[in-house]
Design a protein around this ligand. Structure first.
Ligand code: ADQ
Length: 757
């Protein structure tokens, strides 16, 4: 749903680099507009937003303008940044640059997140500087951010920023987008424990965390589950009283711009000129920033293998390789450049002739118009990164194919492969696979090329960069992302209202949870036997003919029967699997299978053996691992790990894995307390309904109650309940008042009663 954004609202884009760089020429400061994936994408967003998402677009870009700046130059730079680029500069020192940018960003996160753990450095100084720079960004932002503004933070340089801002401005709308892959847990865990937790917590400070693909999103959620213990429900993570949404937003390109550039008269002219210089040869293009993640050496080897295996293509094909100097992956920067150049020389030496050089290599950035012309005159694009968040080059190539011909060879390790399935998809590590794909591409009939490209072009035209940005911002401001409210504390006035209502009513339903609601938690589940006072209280409530009482528990049928079987109240065991109406035998709520139990029990038992102070409880339709008595850190950690194992292991069977109060429970699906509560509510005619519970399983009851019912959650947490009470003692106090009031007023005739349906 489209949400209108008030005109006064600014969109603040935050990224490490601003869309311009300051450079010094003869001592004077020059402003140079800079390009690049993110910068280009964001610029299109901001331009594309005019009059669409915001009636009068107001935005500000916050980031580092590059270079070191003296204190007395800052005011002047800040003024120009604002007037010429709508930007606010965050100034970083040389030390920041070394330890933050070249250090933690590019020697720790970049290699690790691109699955190059062997290139990753874990240096405490880098980490400290990373924290510091994120703090500097937070401080700078607080100078310019208004309460209604929307913040969109970009990329791996600023992963701590959302939480830092959240602490200062709890109600700010903050979105975060990661442009690089998010790795699987086994890679992510290579980070020292403190850092790995802090980074995730940093990201969870946002309202919305976006990735290019569902895979990255899933890996992130899994890391959150394993490292912090927060589970998600369809991409929603609950963090204290806030909800954080996680989504996939594949970034597009400015399709129209590339497409038009390639078709324009100047573009066509440039293309023809270029084409002429290559003669009759077919052209394979390769365009990258210089980085080990881009797989440039592997690509060259693939081309070499093709020349070895297909001599018929000698003198008929040229690889045009354009590599842009880049500071990312700086570690082996010179070494890598040298290796590329050596391999190019070797291949050219081995296969070339006086009248044919197989590889033309350029080590430079090329202007946009030239790039578009290169794409449009190349018969094949060879895009084979070893790992890439998305890869825009692949999309740009397709956009520039005006007549629909051209073959894209794309690495399956690039996020873009998810959207560009009509390309020839290859494993970039395998030279023979690249060689085969090259041969197939060179020989593919034009009709087939056009068929594939039209499908991709239509997709890319629709899902362009403006669409990406608007999708993200829309999701960020949508109602659904609003915080889930906590239940209101039950005030004396509200309590008096409940008592009055109870007193006036003639048919009442009380749905009560036991552990944590009527009785405090104890160290061993078996020790939580109800006190004589509680049993007496329930007996008194049940004795009132106007009352229907149901004890809705997660405990086993045997325990509930033993403890409460003597009372004239309804009983529910195992979260609703078993039910007993007053005076009737226990019934299964619906036929369920528990054949999975035998398979999962050993898993839980292994955790019980491994983690001191934990135990396994077996019920008829569920099994529970309790860790209340374990060392808190150890218990919580193992609980996340166990839930994660169980979730993966039970993906294909019909069970729920629930992390509740100091326990992890697996139970048959389709059974929950809400089903049991519905059984009683279904009897109809109640004019007073009250439900009390303390954990997530009780939320299923709260969710189905009629609007005017009283729902009470024990403890201050986000809940569907109307009210909250601090502890079981307060619930007991409330219901004993109800009992007293009922007994005292038994003879008072009721008046003006609402009837629930
Ligand atoms: P990058 O790693 O920079 O971006 P990519 O998506 O390919 O990778 O974007 C590179 C951009 O630079 C393209 O727009 C391309 O046209 C341009 N470019 C490349 N070579 C050039 C040259 N020689 N001259 C001029 N321009 C050149 C990061 C992630 C990616 C993700 C993007 C966007 O690493 O995975 O796709 O962000 O989220």
């Amino acid at each position: 749903m489209k949400e209108a954004i008030a005109p006064a609202r600014k969109i603040i884009v935050v990224s490490n680099r601003l869309p311009f760089t300051i450079e010094r020429e003869n001592g004077a400061i020059q402003f140079k507009a800079s390009a690049g994936g993110v910068a280009t994408g964001l610029k299109s967003l901001l331009d594309g937003m005019q009059g669409f998402l915001v009636p009068r677009p107001e935005y500000l870009w916050v980031g580092w303008p590059g270079g070191a700046v003296a204190a007395d130059e800052r005011a002047q730079i800040q003024a120009r940044a604002l007037s010429e680029f709508r930007s606010h500069a965050v100034f970083l020192s040389e030390q920041d640059f070394d330890n933050f940018y070249e250090g933690f960003c590019n020697k720790t996160i970049w290699p690790l997140f691109h699955y190059f753990p062997q290139n990753a450095t874990y240096d405490e100084n880098y980490w400290r500087q990373y924290v510091r720079v994120n703090e500097v960004f937070a401080e700078s932002l607080l100078e310019v951010v208004g309460p209604e503004d929307i913040l969109w933070v970009h990329d791996y340089h600023l992963m701590l920023l959302p939480e830092l801002l959240r602490k200062q401005r709890p109600h700010l709308k903050i979105g975060f987008f990661l442009h690089i892959p998010f790795p699987q847990f086994e890679i992510y865990r290579l980070l020292p424990a403190r850092w790995r937790r802090a980074l995730l917590e940093g990201l969870l400070g946002a309202d919305l965390v976006g990735f290019h693909t569902h895979d990255y999103m899933e890996y992130f959620l899994r890391c959150v589950q394993r490292v912090i213990g927060f589970k998600h429900s369809v991409g929603h993570v609950r963090v204290g009283s806030r909800g954080v949404r996680v989504g996939a937003f594949p970034m597009g390109i400015d399709f129209k711009k590339f497409n038009a550039a390639a078709r324009s008269p100047e573009g066509t002219k440039k293309k023809e000129e270029l084409k002429k210089s290559f003669g009759e040869n077919k052209v394979i293009v390769s365009v990258d920033r210089q980085d080990y993640s881009k797989g440039i050496l592997h690509r060259l080897q693939g081309f070499e293998a093709m020349l070895e295996r297909a001599p018929e293509w000698h003198h008929r094909v040229i690889l045009l390789m354009i590599v842009v100097p880049s500071r990312i992956g700086i570690q082996d920067y010179e070494g890598m450049k040298q290796r590329i150049e050596e391999l190019v020389g070797k291949i050219n030496g081995r296969f070339g002739a006086i009248d044919w050089v197989p590889i033309i290599y350029h080590y430079r950035s090329v202007p946009f118009e030239t790039l578009a012309a290169v794409y449009s005159m190349s018969d094949v694009a060879l895009v084979t990164p070893l790992r890439d968040g998305m890869n825009l080059v692949a999309k740009e190539y397709i956009a520039c194919r005006g007549d629909g011909t051209g073959v894209l060879i794309l690495s399956e390790m690039a996020g873009a492969a998810k959207e560009l399935a009509e390309a020839l998809i290859v494993n970039p590590n395998h030279r023979d696979e690249i060689a085969d794909a090259l041969k197939t591409a060179l020989e593919m009939p034009a009709r087939e090329q056009i068929r594939r490209n039209r499908v991709m072009q239509n997709r890319l035209r629709r899902a362009d960069v403006a669409h990406w940005a608007m999708d993200f911002i829309r999701e960020l401001v949508s109602k659904e992302s609003a915080e889930t409210a906590e239940a209101r504390p039950l005030t004396p006035a509200a309590r008096a209202g409940i008592l009055r209502h109870y007193q006036r009513s003639s048919r009442r339903l009380l749905l009560l949870d036991y552990d944590g609601t009527l009785a405090p938690f104890v160290s061993q589940p078996a020790l939580a036997r109800p006190s004589a006072e509680l049993l007496e209280l329930l007996r008194r409530l049940a004795a009132d003919p106007r009352n229907e009482i149901a004890l809705v528990s997660g405990r086993s049928r045997a325990t509930i029967e033993e403890w409460f079987g003597g009372l004239s109240i309804g009983l529910v065991a195992e979260h609703g699997a078993w039910m007993r109406d007053v005076g009737k035998p226990w019934e299964l709520i619906k036929p369920v299978s528990a054949s999975w139990k035998a398979k999962l029990l050993p898993m839980l038992k292994a955790y019980a053996d491994r983690v001191p102070g934990t135990s396994v409880e077996e019920k008829e339709f569920s099994i529970v691992w309790h860790y209340r008595n374990a060392a808190p850190e150890r218990g919580a950690h193992a609980a996340s790990e166990l839930s994660d194992d169980l979730l993966a292991f039970t993906a294909n069977i019909d069970v729920h894995v629930v992390q509740a109060n100091k326990s992890v429970e697996v139970r048959s699906a389709g059974i929950h307390k809400g089903v049991a509560a519905a059984h009683w509510l279904g009897q109809g005619g109640f004019d007073f309904v009250l439900a009390a519970g303390d954990d997530r399983s009780d939320e299923d009851i709260f969710g189905i109650l009629p609007e005017r019912a009283y729902s009470i959650r024990v403890g201050q947490r986000p809940s569907r309940a109307r009210f909250s009470l601090p502890a079981p003692a307060d619930v007991l106090e409330l219901i004993s008042r109800l009992a007293n009031r009922g007994e005292r007023e038994a003879l008072t005739p009721p008046a003006d009663r609402p009837i629930y349906h």
